[in-house]
Design a binder for this molecule. Sequence first.
Ligand SMILES: [Zn+2]
Length: 384
Amino acid sequence: MQIKKAIKLRAYPGRAQSELLNRHFGSARFIYNYFLAYKTEQYKITGKSASYVEMSKELTRLKTIEEYAWLNEISRKSLEHSLANLDFAFNSFFRKLSKYPKFKSKYRSKQSFSIGSPHCSIKSDGIHLPLIGVVKCDISNLPDNYKLFSATVSRNPSGKIFISLSIQIDIPDPVVDVSKPIIGLDFGLKTFITTSDGVKYEHPKPNKKHQLKLAREQRALARKQNTSKRRFKQKLKTARVYERISNIRQDFLHKLSRKLVGENQAIYVEDLNLEGMKSKFGKSVSDLGWAEFVRQLTYKGLWCGCEIKKIDRFFPSSKTCSKCGWIKQDLSLEDRIWECPVCLTKHDRDINAAINVLEYGRADRNLRTGREDQLLDELCNSKE
Ligand SMILES: [Zn+2]
């Protein structure tokens, strides 16, 4: 099976290269913003959205103007990638998948630019980028046979440079092991996830030392004046502590998702999009890592033959008694343990919910295959 995957490498550019990379980040942002304004303006005048080809022509024209001559010192491929990104953002908007594209900010947006293959390539000591040369990276962990699609260079808030390679590799076809169990998962505020067989995985607790340090650095940052150089330094310091905490979290998610897809043949989860999360946990809760976790489960599951199935997000998994089906309408977020008045079963709130997710998923599946069988029957009968 061929799969696409991204591999992120820490890069160690030299001083001159760092300077060039910074100019590439700035130019990618400039092009994105320039053409966002251009497209918006064109639409107002003509009622039509400028196509990629038109934007590309405008880019060529732009480079001949003296004011924008500096664009000639930037790899054209990276500028085109920026245009393609904008095009993609508009396509998602037109398909109602996202909001109208926003301008990128030097301070708040991710600083990055991309270059497609074959204009970027992998060398023995790093990644070769046009006009920049070979940027040093440790490539010893790259798989043996791969096809390179693109390289995205980014700078994180603490100033580190990374190159993310989008590649295609061959992996053995996944085999579903039917001897492995099928489980359901419940996501919670108290416990990160609870499985239908009663195992609880707590939210990763960042080291207390880091937490305290983050609070201290954030307080210091709040005291610094908005434009001072010391504020900039303090911002870097805060970003570094934050990065350490977020790495611990990512590490936890990767380890747990790998473990679960390795141990099970299928996993049922609730479909937790933003609306679903609001209805389950109230408005104040945004993503606590579940969306990223489900994303990881899904692609890792695909690679090793563990199917991830999402169930209807409006199903009341916490309120339903998993033994008899009675629904406790007045269940509150504080009720950790409750007793069903009908069948007298004592429920741990999270385990009960996870069992329900599993049972609901299974029933829904039987129902669906049942319907398919029925349709097939009808089809066959009508032929006779
Ligand atoms: Zn009951």
